[in-house]
Ligand binder design. Structure first.
Ligand code: EPZ
Length: 416
């Protein structure tokens, strides 16, 4: 049975080390394609999405192997330039491989990535930036074919911010032997980490921190080893676990200022935190308050990936809270399952109104990664037993969520 069983009611206590960042590791793996050599990513999370990406790289001709959490990517023999649709359907973030293939092979074909349960998730901005840099692109129902013969530097201004499309443009521009400027880029930390990796590989990329990226491309790349940063969304999820159980936990490797927007909301709920010796101690013992209004936004705003975990916490905080989801058009799926646990949630378009109260255990279904994590959090606080089916969705992004929460005193186990 693909499920997680939780017995709620125990405050979490203890220290935890946060895994490597899924959303930093995936573009880094795509970047490895650009170099006809070896890239080693340390502290790489061993999660399904990384394994999917690894499988795609192997299909393209790369040799890969793991030693612990170090992923070795030998991209000396990249003999293919086509990523089949069943991969891009399974993991839409593989669409950024197109930019890397244009950089490496001067051509690329990828399956048209499907939408997913949190929204349509079009790729128009990905194609716009590649066309803006001169790529010739043909689209059909099931695939996108591109060639780089006429690609050139220049300046491209994103009409709207997009994490993946920004990464797409960076990966393509690194191989163009001219200067490229990408403006109105997304500023998520994962983009700055991609800039750091590309520079460690010998590229010349600047400006990711403020969304105005300048790339001097065409430089010779080199072998490198790089450390994947801690996952700020997993860190936030565990702080939500502390909050919903009124526990006290310590994150041994907190991703620093990347969590500011979340910590601001955590404090509004009554959470107390402090950084001690590079660790983050979060004390949630004070009765948790509802939050009048929170809305998701591009970085540095409140991250959309923590919207569902926060919703779970607020369903157990007595009083009224209001959440607005501004990034994805259909990211309240967890609410329907939380209602089965007694949560009072009213939905209307991009708004969710929450009447916090007590939760009771039930059998619920995860339909996507972060909503599934929210159900686990609710189970930690609910009275009695909760079974969360669809645990494999959760394991796409959380490497050891059961072991981690159990080590903090949670009564949780994985059914196989
Ligand atoms: C990345 O997705 C993350 N995934 C998401 O995390 C995260 O929620 C999202 O950024 C926002 O922070 C990875 O990094 C692998 P976007 P991405 O392009 O790049 C629309 C998780 O749970 N859009 O910034 O796909 C899009 O539909 C995942 O770890 C277009 O309209 O996000 C959305 O409404 C979920 N056209 C908005 O922009 C495009 O061409 C933001 O999407 C691309 C996106």
């Amino acid at each position: 049975m693909d499920a997680i069983r939780i017995i709620g009611g125990r405050p979490l206590r203890g220290s935890i080390t946060v895994q490597g960042s899924k959303n930093a590791a995936l573009p880094m793996m795509a970047a490895a394609l650009l170099h006809e050599g070896v890239t080693v990513l340390h502290n790489c999370p061993r999660i399904a999405d990384v394994f999917y990406m690894e499988e795609i790289l192997r299909e393209l001709g790369a040799d890969t192997f793991w030693s612990g959490h170090s992923l070795h990517l030998d991209c000396r023999q990249i003999c293919h330039a086509c990523v089949k649709q069943d991969y891009t359907n399974k993991m839409r973030s593989s669409v950024i491989l197109l930019g890397a293939l244009l950089g490496r092979k001067k051509q690329g074909t990828i399956g048209y990535p499907g939408g997913c349960v949190i929204g349509q998730r079009p790729v128009d901005l990905h194609l716009q930036v590649l066309r803006g840099l001169g790529a010739r692109i043909q689209e059909s129902e099931e695939k996108i074919c591109a060639d780089a013969k006429q690609m050139h530097g220049g300046c491209f201004v994103f009409p709207r911010k997009s994490v993946g499309a920004t990464e797409q443009g960076m990966l393509a521009a690194v191989a163009i032997p001219e200067e490229t400027q990408l403006l109105n880029c997304a500023c998520e930390p994962e983009i700055l980490w991609l800039e750091r990796l590309l520079n460690a590989m010998g590229a010349d990329v600047r400006g990711a921190r403020d969304g105005r990226i300048r790339i001097r491309g065409g430089r010779r790349l080199r072998d490198c080893e790089f450390w994947v940063p801690p996952d700020r969304i997993v860190a936030g999820t565990y702080l939500c676990a502390s909050a919903i159980t009124r526990g006290v936990i310590t994150l041994c490797n907190p991703p620093g200022e990347e969590m500011d927007a979340f910590l601001e909301v955590y404090q509004k709920m009554g959470g107390q935190y402090k950084f001690i010796g590079g660790k983050l101690v979060a004390d949630s013992r004070r009765a948790f308050k509802p939050v009048n209004f929170v809305e998701t936004a591009e970085y540095p705003g409140f991250p959309t990936d923590l919207q569902s975990p926060l919703m779970a916490v607020l369903t157990a905080a007595h009083g009224k809270s209001h959440i607005r989801e501004n990034i994805f058009e259909d990211r309240f799926k967890a609410a329907y399952e939380l209602r089965k646990m007694g949560a009072g949630i009213e939905l209307s378009g991009r708004d969710a109104w929450i009447q916090g109260g007590s939760l009771r255990g039930n059998s619920v279904e995860a339909q996507e990664l972060r909503g599934g994590a929210a159900l686990v959090l609710a189970g930690l606080a609910a009275e009695g037993e909760t079974i969360v089916r669809g645990a494999s969705y959760i394991e796409r992004g959380y490497e050891t969520i059961c072991e981690d929460l159990e080590s903090l005193g949670g009564r949780i186990e994985r059914y196989r």
